[in-house]
Design a protein around this ligand. Structure first.
Ligand SMILES: [Zn+2]
Ligand SMILES: [Zn+2]
Length: 138
């Protein structure tokens, strides 16, 4: 299995927020092993590599729970939402290709919180590196 994440760490994270089941473990591992945010369908495919008979509804229910408990986050793109893991980052959504990149927001966080109160998420609309043409004014 490529890029296999340490199961112990995943089990710890799961037990802190609920039961450790094979399904929850597979969902979390699929997210951790992905190098980008995944759509629900991509996530179902990834989990099915390990658990071929899992139902999509089970994966979606697990994800809803992960988002609720802060184990994962959901980002709304232009053509649907995607799931990711990790804390304290914002997201840049490309309006042209709908790619979602993580955004380091540590420096602007204090400014935002002064203006709005506690910030739960930051999404910025910006052309991604691939869609930014060299002739585009920056
Ligand atoms: Zn993210
Ligand atoms: Zn793009």
């Amino acid at each position: 299995m490529p890029g296999r994440t340490n199961d112990e760490a995943l089990r710890d994270a799961l037990s802190a927020t609920g039961r450790v089941t094979q399904q929850r473990l597979s969902c979390l591992r699929a997210l951790e092993d992905a190098d980008r945010h995944l759509t629900g369908n991509e996530l179902v495919d990834a989990v099915r590599a390990e658990l071929p008979h899992i139902r999509p509804s089970t994966v979606y229910r697990t994800m809803a729970r992960f988002v609720e408990t802060g184990l994962a986050h959901r980002v709304d793109g232009f053509r649907g939402s995607r799931y990711g893991v990790g804390h304290g980052h914002g997201h840049a959504v490309c309006p042209r290709c709908d790619r979602i990149d993580d955004l380091d927001i540590r420096e602007v966080m204090p400014l935002l919180e002064r203006a709005s109160g506690p910030v739960l998420g930051v999404t910025v609309v910006a052309l991604c590196g691939d869609c930014r043409r060299p002739t585009d004014p920056r």
